[in-house]
Design a protein around this ligand. Structure first.
Ligand code: L34
Length: 289
């Protein structure tokens, strides 16, 4: 069993990005500028956005976190998005999800200029991604592709089971893995809450991407010997430590890992790859402008 070390892989990719940025700055250009909008005070969202800010500093990007109260109206948030769309000093921006219940996430995502949509959530980018055209690709699936590539994992002809059908992970993941490319050329099955006999599907899978948000859903007896398992889950559960919580993935690591050829840990797997993919998208946004 080989651990797919997202933390180390992300560090290696960040080094490459940092070199490109110092080249840009040396030739008189300004560095890429990423802005993150953070609404309310969800502890996990705050951690993720702060990790993104730290990554920006590490690669030499400028970054700004804009914080808004939980009570901000949808109209006011859209005005902020429009202001950032028009701001020439901003190369890309993200609105950290989830948003409070009174705000329609789709309305906010649709208001973002596709050219600054470094999350790759806007319909124009999703459509381009599905067609295999140049686009911003949603950071979590993009990061998983980079991780598979970094470890040289064979994907061609493999049966991949994606657990979860979200717009930001499951769906784009299934699309990318079925592409005529490397990584890709997989035969993909997408499972969800209404799938009959999920274990029957996962037991036949060469590659499993678990992205349902159900802690420790995937158990050892649901996985075949030699499978590659990617754990996207990141649920906080109360724990008796100084943070007051621990992070649990969608995979029951202790029972699944012994059967795997490769597996991602949580934390230190997909999370850091999500962040480095956002850095890559932001560099691309800067390059386009
Ligand atoms: N708009 N919303 C928008 N874009 C995104 O790309 C995200 N996502 C997901 C949630 N909402 C979003 C993230 O940023 C998930 N996500 C994310 C980012 C970073 C990490 C986890 C999820 C991360 O840094 N994970 C660390 C541990 C973090 C901790 O200590 O809690 C890890 O090693 O997995």
């Amino acid at each position: 069993m080989i651990l797919l070390n997202g933390k180390e892989t992300a560090e290696a990719i960040k080094k490459q990005i940092a070199e490109q940025v110092s080249g840009m700055v040396a030739s008189g250009e300004r560095p890429p500028h990423l802005v993150a909008l953070l609404v309310g005070d969800n502890g996990a969202s705050r951690t993720y956005v702060e990790n993104k800010e730290r990554a920006c500093a590490a690669v030499g990007f400028k970054s700004t976190i804009l914080r808004y109260p939980e009570s901000i109206s949808q109209a006011d948030l859209i005005s902020e998005v429009e202001r950032l769309n028009a701001d020439d000093g901003v190369d890309g921006f993200i609105i950290q999800l989830p948003l409070p219940g009174h705000i329609d996430e789709n309305k906010i995502i649709n208001a973002v200029s596709p050219d600054k949509d470094v999350d790759g959530f806007h319909p124009v980018n999703v459509g381009r991604m599905c067609l295999g055209e140049d686009s911003f690709v949603s950071a979590t699936p993009y990061g998983i592709m980079l991780l598979l590539e970094h470890y040289g994992i064979e994907t061609s002809g493999k049966h991949c089971v994606v657990l979860g059908r979200s717009n930001i992970v499951g769906r784009p993941m299934a699309n990318l893995l079925s592409r005529k490319a490397y990584p890709g050329d997989c035969t993909v099955t997408m499972c969800h809450s209404r799938t009959v006999d999920i274990a029957g599907h996962t037991r036949k899978a060469d590659i499993i991407v678990a992205a349902l948000g159900v802690p420790e859903f995937l158990k050892g007896d649901m996985v075949k010997e030699g499978a590659v398992v990617i754990d996207v889950g990141i649920t906080r559960v109360p724990a008796d430590n100084d943070k007051g919580y621990r992070i649990v993935g969608d995979v029951e690591f202790d029972s699944v890992a012994p059967k795997c050829s490769y597996i991602t840990p949580v934390p230190g797997g997909v999370g850091p790859m999500t962040i480095v993919s956002l850095m890559k998208n932001t560099l691309k946004a800067r390059g386009r402008r």
